[in-house]
Ligand binder design. Structure first.
Ligand SMILES: *Cc1c(COP(=O)(O)O)cnc(C)c1O
Length: 387
């Protein structure tokens, strides 16, 4: 079957319009390109969204930069252990390594594909300083259980909420309840700054440390830069990196935030449509959730490992792009020798997972094409043959 007359449906597609173009034009016309007023406005807008008086937002250049700074701010260094699910973005694992700390990998639970609190308890040691808790795709981790465990075992939680920006957990906005929360606004995330990231912290002192660290250690007050000015003299007291967010990117993020409600409800609706249409198919598993309260970042299905490549080819031939999120961390050379607990679920999920397209605006035709392509996969005979 050929689909030459149809565009392929990409896995990700940003929701960009005149608003973002106008925002870029305004920044370029003003001509203040680096850290400036739009960065301050973007941080305030994120704080308003969190609606939590004790939380402060610091914007940075990427999610990876946010993770690196967060770990350093939390005092992580050589001799410490940081636990992460092996089923995670490479950015998290690299950020741990970059601090000189020891990376420890943990398994996920089979339903949410987020770190498994029971297995986490088995790998926690007296050296565990931070545990990275990553929300996956359209699921939130078991944050209540994890907080209890953190209290008992004495570690802090770095919440990777790159997939759950705009979501709510037990009535609380994601970003308003973890020790430190990280967001990514990279090109494929629900809300994009082209590239960008943010940390949510709880004290002015943490804000001050992060402000200096994101500006190669320069101790000039961000309040000055938010007036599109700079202090020419200042002290340098801390290790730092060039990790600040630029005005142009913050302006794009601000325009995107206006669309969050639409993005959120559309994505939920599309996920529910796909779940409704695909849940009866015997050869695959859809996400076990009703998506309530969640702003889904990606929609995935799980197919038996031996069918995955032919399933993905079947979809590609029908103009449906698919992705793999993720290859588990311990499968990569660099992390293959990291200490880890048992990773049985991760190993299984890593071979079964397939990301289907999910955008903030999709047509009915696109959604039906996706559902139809999945449904016509000739799996029954293959399944029987391989059993
Ligand atoms: C995208 C992402 C990151 C990294 O963010 P960047 O902005 O791309 O550096 C980290 N963790 C998760 C779960 C992500 O999806």
């Amino acid at each position: 079957m050929t689909t030459d007359n149809q565009h392929s449906i990409p896995v990700f597609r940003p929701l960009l319009g005149e608003e973002e173009i106008a925002a870029c034009r305004a920044v370029l016309e003003e001509g203040w390109l680096g850290m400036g007023s739009y960065v301050g406005k973007f941080e305030r807008a994120l704080e308003e969204l969190l609606a939590s008086p004790n939380r402060h937002v610091v914007a940075v250049s990427t999610g990876h930069a946010a993770l690196h700074l967060a770990l350093l701010m939390m005092g992580v260094g050589p001799g410490d252990e940081v636990i992460s699910p092996s089923f995670n973005n490479i950015a998290d694992l690299q950020a741990v390594i970059a601090t000189g700390a020891t990376l420890v990998l943990c398994d996920i639970d089979d339903r949410r594909l987020c770190i498994d609190p029971v297995k986490l308890a088995e790998v926690v040691s007296s050296r565990t300083r931070v545990v990275i808790v990553t929300d996956y795709g359209c699921h939130l981790a078991q944050h209540d259980d994890l907080r209890t465990l953190a209290g008992n075992a004495g570690f802090s939680i770095l919440h990777d909420a790159a997939h759950s920006f705009g979501s709510t957990y037990s009535g609380q906005r994601v970003g308003s309840f973890s020790d430190v929360t990280m967001f990514s606004f990279d090109p494929v995330k629900t809300v994009t700054c082209i590239d960008g990231g943010a940390l949510v912290v709880q004290t002015e002192q943490e804000v001050e440390i992060l402000h200096a660290m994101r500006l190669i250690g320069m101790g000039q007050p961000s309040s000055v830069m938010y007036e599109d000015q700079r202090a020419w003299t200042y002290d340098v007291k801390t290790l730092g990196f060039r990790y600040h967010l630029a005005n142009l990117h913050a302006a794009v993020g601000l325009a995107q935030l206006q669309k969050l409600e639409t993005m959120s409800s559309n994505r939920r609706t599309y996920c529910r449509f796909l779940n409704r249409n695909l849940k009866e198919l015997e050869f695959l598993r859809v996400p076990a959730t009703d998506f309530e309260g969640v702003t889904p970042f990606l929609y995935y299905v799980r197919v038996p490992a031996h069918l995955r490549e032919s399933f993905r080819h079947h979809l590609a031939a029908r103009g449906i792009d698919t992705g793999v999120h993720w290859q588990p961390g311990h499968w990569f050379s660099l992390f293959s020798t990291a200490r880890r607990g048992e990773l049985a679920v991760t190993d299984k999920v890593g071979k079964e997972i397939v990301t289907l397209p999910l955008h903030s605006v999709m047509s009915e035709t696109e959604l039906e094409r996706i559902a139809e392509a999945v449904k016509t996969y000739p799996m029954s005979s293959d399944l029987a043959a391989n059993r």
